[in-house]
Design a protein around this ligand. Structure first.
Ligand code: NAD
Ligand code: TYD
Length: 339
């Protein structure tokens, strides 16, 4: 049986990836390593039974010794999601971003080399390319030019993977994806924050003039791109993944208000994010050609599914807002191994 180690599997994209693997590749054994920061939520995986095909290990990826001891089995491949992921938090304090995103990635590379893995997919972001003007798209050849501590730490992690490929013939593959949305996204990110605030008739804070542009991808489409990179990607290669859905933040927020039938008067302009990247847009033709990657749904359909999910699962995000979700591990897994 193939054993795949997934880091950060209790987060937004990682948990969607585990659900996708259970559906698409039920024969794979998954070892999920996650330290459960504020962004890690095991309620995202409550339908995935702990059995021969799924194991959870609570561990910090930046702690080489602890991880080496905890993972006491043969690992065939790694998909590395674990990261600090919120730009605004990185502007407040970059230290956790450096520890997890940079040191944590080097630890994962070192352990993956010791496990002699066949593939290591490093899940990165289009934000490493910096910001675009009105024209053009990011290709895999676009120079790396990050503007936030978050994107700088992700760029550093990409370079560490690249260096391992060059130095050790490490089977590292890098994916760089645009902004994801869908179920289980922590309600500090634009789309779930706006859906939950609108539902509660709270103000919807738009940074600056709301004209910044993001390219939105349905999370399952990103997860499928990662699976394709794992199965068909070539070591040392970078694959851009995107949703071909460029929209201003204002357009996204207005679409959300329309779908939950709330007034635009809830929109509130607030101070702009420092160093706010103007526009991200991805050229994913290389992944289309080499991996057979494609998006399955457009933004209109994806937003409808997302809004429906947040409306049907209000208790999920309410438990995040009250902090109750943090108790899940202790209640279901017994002793807190991190103490
Ligand atoms: P997330 O913040 O929702 O989840 C991150 C997960 O990593 C959490 O479960 C957290 O507990 C875990 N984690 C954090 N520090 C850890 C540590 N030291 N040890 C072990 N686990 C740790 O993030 P996400 O949105 O799911 O993003 C996953 C990956 O995808 C990240 O690498 C991110 O850079 C990348 N990415 C995200 C997007 C997006 O739109 N969200 C787009 C492109 C790429
Ligand atoms: P975010 O979801 O934080 O993703 P990223 O910064 O990684 O692209 O933000 C998406 C866009 O929405 C970004 O341009 C910042 C903007 N934004 C707001 O206008 N208001 C908010 O409250 C948040 C969280 C984001």
């Amino acid at each position: 049986m193939t054993t795949l180690l997934v880091t950060g599997g209790a987060g937004f994209i990682g948990s969607n990836f585990i659900h996708l693997l259970r559906r698409e590749r039920p024969e794979i054994r998954i070892v999920n390593v996650d330290v459960l920061t504020y962004a890690g939520n095991l309620e995202n995986l409550k339908d995935v039974p702990l059995d021969d095909h799924y194991r959870f290990i609570r561990c910090d990826i930046a702690d080489n010794q602890a991880l080496k001891e905890a993972v006491d089995e043969k690992i065939d491949a790694v998909v590395h999601f674990a990261a600090e992921s919120h730009v605004d938090r990185s502007i407040e304090d970059a230290s956790a971003f450096l520890r997890t995103n940079v040191i944590g990635t080097q630890v994962m590379i070192d352990l993956a080399r010791a496990w002699d893995v066949e593939k290591f997919v490093h899940v990165s972001t289009d934000e490493v390319y910096g910001s675009l003007g009105d024209e053009g798209l990011f290709t895999e050849e676009t120079p790396i030019s990050p503007n936030s501590p978050y994107s700088a730490s992700k760029a550093a992690s990409d370079l560490l993977v690249r260096a391992a490929v060059e130095t050790h013939q490490f089977p590292g593959i890098i994916t760089r994806c645009s902004n994801n949305y869908g179920p289980y996204q922590f309600p500090e990110k634009l789309i779930p924050l706006m859906i939950s605030n609108a539902t509660e008739d709270k103000p919807l804070p738009i940074y600056g003039d709301g004209m910044n542009v993001r390219d939105w991808i349905w999370v399952d489409d990103h997860c499928m791109g990662i699976l394709l990179a794992l199965e068909k990607g070539k070591p040392g290669h970078v694959y851009n993944l995107g949703g071909k859905s460029e929209l201003t933040n204002m357009a996204v927020v207005k679409a959300i208000l329309k779908s939950v039938d709330k007034p635009e008067s809830l929109i509130t302009f607030v101070t702009d994010r420092k160093g706010h990247d103007q526009r991200y847009a991805i050229d994913c033709s290389y992944a289309e050609k080499e991996l057979g990657f494609d998006r399955s749904i457009d933004f209109e359909e994806g937003l409808k599914r997302t809004v429906d999910w947040y409306l049907e699962n209000e208790s999920w995000w309410q438990r995040i807002k009250t902090g109750a979700y943090l108790e899940y591990y202790d209640r279901h897994y017994g002793k807190d191994l991190s103490e």
